[in-house]
Ligand binder design. Structure first.
Ligand SMILES: [Zn+2]
Length: 450
């Protein structure tokens, strides 16, 4: 006998709705209707029939926005926050991050993911593109699944490593493991979890690994090719020495670049490389905090945007930031360009879109998430802007969010129609517990290195 699944209808009644749709609509005196896991309508206050709904949430002083999308994070690194300071990229990897990641076991990785996911959810990020880790990648997926977050991850692939020779595996094993993980997890949990193939960066991957990974991706439509590129001067100098090409030119020479490729950073690129990125519709994940903290440089984002290149935002990992909140990335990605390009560059609205609909677009999820529109998944954040706004109307609301707000302004977070955070309380994690467990696991991990 077929059971008819009951439809659950929720109504959210906020002060205003910021849509991040094509017209940048902002609605007042309007409620948002959610049926099961999707947005099903905008209801003007005078037309609300409260009887129709299973649940009604009245938030008369909150601003409803789409959940934030971060297109470059490393959940596996959250435990290492504050433990890799004042180092440039290659030393940071060699002396700290590769030894730490190499020492992960399933337990330490689990705690690292939980801490990262909690921080992301509490600060309003509802979708991520995560670069996984060399070993135990199934733990990253199981934690993403349990947290309810939407997004991509994939084992970080390394088959050559001059910086830490023991932190790698064979090309064959890397390809086989990635294929199997993609088979197990791509499009799992009703499509909420997807696979992103993740060769770490050019200096840790053989040509064979980079190219054959691009072949495997064809078996998994909707999966991504996620790597780092052109982050640091010494990195690209080494790429030039080995391959006699610039980083992006080398990737293009191997036919790796298309619109399903996401390149983190792209700080140091020449005109030819920018042309390639544009022509191939390759996505740039901009991580301003990490670029500043590792002293890598300021990415030429206004130039990319002028060219029509897709740019979205990511916090990168906790040890190069040292925060995972997108509010820091939004604020910085605007401010660091203003002394170079003028105060009119990188407007708050542009930045807000980079953190929402442009992030969704980078991941090819723009038909499903990234804006508040009927038919999209109910991935929603409610902000209390009362402490960060003097506005009497909506004219400054994007500035209030991008420049004046932070994680404290995030009150409620919904993903796929389910509350993950309500009134600053996580419904997933007991924060004190995961912090204590994280410390314990970090202690054990550090002992494994000595
Ligand atoms: Zn990274």
């Amino acid at each position: 006998m077929n059971k008819i699944k009951k439809m659950i209808k929720k109504l959210l009644v906020p002060e205003r709705i910021i849509c991040a749709d094509e017209e940048n609509n902002i609605f007042e005196e309007t409620a948002l209707e959610i049926t099961n896991n999707k947005i099903s309508g905008f209801i003007p206050f005078e037309k609300i029939n409260r009887e129709e709904y299973d649940e009604i949430f009245d938030y008369p002083s909150y601003t409803l926005i789409p959940g934030f999308v971060q297109t470059h994070v490393h959940l596996c690194q959250t435990l290492f926050r504050g433990l890799a300071e004042e180092l440039p990229l290659l030393d940071w990897l060699k002396l700290k991050i590769f030894p730490f990641e190499n020492a992960h076991n399933e337990d330490s990785l689990r705690q690292s993911c939980r801490l990262g996911l909690n921080e992301l959810l509490m600060s309003g990020t509802t979708t991520i593109l995560d670069m996984g880790t060399l070993r135990h990648q199934q733990i990253v997926f199981s934690e993403m699944i349990n947290s309810g977050i939407r997004g991509f991850s994939g084992k970080c692939m390394i088959d050559q490593n001059d910086l830490l020779p023991e932190f790698k595996s064979s090309t064959k094993d890397e390809l086989q493991d990635a294929f199997q993980l993609a088979k197990n997890y791509h499009n799992s949990h009703y499509g909420r979890i997807k696979y992103a193939f993740a060769p770490r960066f050019v200096l840790s991957c053989s040509e064979k690994l980079l190219k054959e990974t691009k072949e495997i991706i064809k078996d998994f439509p909707g999966s991504l090719y996620h790597t780092h590129s052109s982050e640091n001067i010494n990195e690209i100098r080494e790429v030039r020495r080995r391959y006699h090409k610039e980083n992006i030119e080398y990737f293009d020479h191997l036919s790796l670049l298309d619109d399903y490729t996401v390149l983190a950073h792209c700080v140091h690129t020449n005109q030819t490389e920018r042309k390639i990125i544009k022509e191939k519709s390759t996505r740039v994940a901009h991580c301003p905090s990490a670029n500043l903290k590792l002293g890598s440089g300021v990415a030429p984002i206004p130039d990319y945007l002028k060219e029509g290149i897709s740019v979205s935002l990511g916090a990168d990992g906790a040890p190069c930031n040292n925060n995972l909140s997108i509010f820091n990335e939004m604020r910085l990605s605007s401010l660091i360009q203003k002394p170079i390009c003028g105060p009119e560059s990188m407007s708050a609205l542009k930045i807000f879109r980079m953190a929402t609909i442009e992030g969704a677009n980078a991941l090819h999820l723009n038909k499903e998430i990234g804006s508040i529109e009927s038919g999209k998944f109910a991935d929603i954040v409610l902000l209390d802007l009362s402490s960060s706004s003097n506005s009497l109307d909506d004219s400054n609301v994007y500035s209030d969010i991008v420049f004046s707000s932070n994680q404290q302004n995030v009150k409620c977070v919904m993903i796929n129609g389910e509350w993950k955070v309500k009134e600053n309380q996580s419904s997933i994690y007991a924060e004190n517990e995961i912090i204590a467990e994280g410390k314990q696991e970090l202690g054990k991990l550090l002992k494994r290195i000595k």
